[in-house]
Ligand binder design. Structure first.
Ligand SMILES: Cc1cc2nc3c(=O)[nH]c(=O)nc-3n(C[C@H](O)[C@H](O)[C@H](O)COP(=O)(O)OP(=O)(O)OC[C@H]3O[C@@H](n4cnc5c(N)ncnc54)[C@H](O)[C@@H]3O)c2cc1C
Ligand SMILES: NC(=O)c1ccc[n+]([C@@H]2O[C@H](COP(=O)([O-])OP(=O)(O)OC[C@H]3O[C@@H](n4cnc5c(N)ncnc54)[C@H](OP(=O)(O)O)[C@@H]3O)[C@@H](O)[C@H]2O)c1
Length: 282
């Protein structure tokens, strides 16, 4: 999985010049709209796989005050809690205040991070179950990139189903390579248990470009096609747990379907059957 090369000792040892700054150790571009990067992790930083943090770059200098403020955005941590570095999976919005610049970062550059992880896509927010579903659209795959490499996912569940719906086939590559890479990853097989990846069922679909499976996951579930192809029954509160991370309409549509299945939404303070987080704000 770690096909990304590591930064040299010299670069990682560099003293950060910005407050809360971390040093970029790797950057990989997946499409003209998607990239991932890795950076150093503060030694004191703890987080639960699936959580998000605020990251960003220094903003422009304000003409009146002569000062610059950090320009921060919420980002799911894509690496698991045990990884010595942090990984992020990002969109490139051409006129986006942050990502119009962030997409140009290089190894050795600094990224600001407020080391206060939060979020609802955590195992603690779910009651025990047999099977866990991860439902993602677009960059909503990021928290699941973390949870798919988290030993607890395999300790807690017999079966892990990950669905990823994107417009175009190329937008599935980061997730597909990560999942395929789990099989060969010696460290993960050792940490999690030999052959842990056999518990995973991966269901990628596209909506606007031809691929082996076309359609929105919501439609494929309503028609029963997704369940037939996965060889499982529709979700039920006794055995199934789920995490959702996508655009707002997707999240709302799935929530409505889950309520029909009898699943209840959970939170850190009140674990239940499923949890939801937005992949971006609108
Ligand atoms: C809890 C949470 C977790 C997030 N995690 C991630 C993450 O792991 N990776 C990531 O790339 N973004 C993530 N985001 C979105 C992120 O915070 C920013 O919106 C994004 O980086 C774009 O920043 P920007 O300043 O360039 O543009 P913004 O002004 O923030 O956004 C401009 C427009 O771009 C679109 N947009 C923004 N983010 C996305 C996206 N991820 N996918 C598709 N369209 C988008 C929206 O239409 C938005 O109105 C997350 C948001 C939230 C609320
Ligand atoms: N992806 C691109 O190629 C592209 C290019 C330029 C600009 N943009 C802009 O970037 C923003 C985000 O695009 P994005 O593609 O990353 O994210 P997105 O619009 O959230 O779409 C991601 C995937 O989710 C599906 N989806 C959307 N609503 C759904 C629902 N209610 N239920 C089930 N599935 C649903 C989409 O299917 P549908 O295709 O059926 O909607 C698509 O396959 C948009 O504002 C878009 O205009 C995207």
């Amino acid at each position: 999985m770690n096909e990304m090369t590591s930064v040299s000792q010299e670069t990682s040892a560099k003293t950060p010049a910005l407050p809360d700054a971390q040093t970029v150790t790797d950057v990989k571009h997946w499409t003209d709209r998607l990239f991932s990067f890795r950076m150093t992790r503060p030694a004191s930083m703890r987080f639960r796989s699936g959580e998000f943090v605020m990251i960003g770059l220094m903003g422009e200098v304000n003409e009146k005050t002569g000062k610059a403020k950090p320009l921060l955005r919420a980002y799911s941590i894509a690496s698991p809690s045990w990884d010595e570095e942090l990984e992020f999976y990002s969109i490139k919005v051409q006129d986006g205040p942050l990502t119009s610049r962030l997409q140009h970062i290089k190894v050795g550059d600094e990224v600001i991070m407020r080391p206060k992880p939060v979020g609802t896509l955590v195992h603690d927010a779910l009651l025990p179950g047999k099977r866990i579903w991860f439902f993602a659209t677009g960059t909503g795959f990021a928290p699941f990139a973390s949870l798919l490499r988290e030993p607890q996912t395999y300790e807690d569940y017999d079966e892990i189903i990950i669905t990823h719906t994107c417009r175009e086939a190329g937008e599935l590559t980061y997730g597909r390579e990560l999942i395929e890479g789990l099989q060969q990853d010696e460290l993960l097989n050792e940490v999690i248990g030999d052959g842990f990846w056999k518990k995973i069922k991966y269901y990628p679909t596209t909506t606007r470009e031809q691929s082996p499976k076309m359609g929105r996951i919501t439609d494929l579930m309503r028609s029963g096609e997704a369940f037939d192809e996965l060889g499982v029954e529709p979700l039920n509160p006794e055995s199934d747990r789920a995490m959702i991370c996508g655009n707002l309409a997707f999240n709302l549509e799935l929530k409505e379907m889950f309520e029909e299945y009898g699943l209840e939404e959970g939170a850190n303070s009140k674990p239940a059957h499923y949890v939801v987080e937005k992949a971006f704000l609108d």
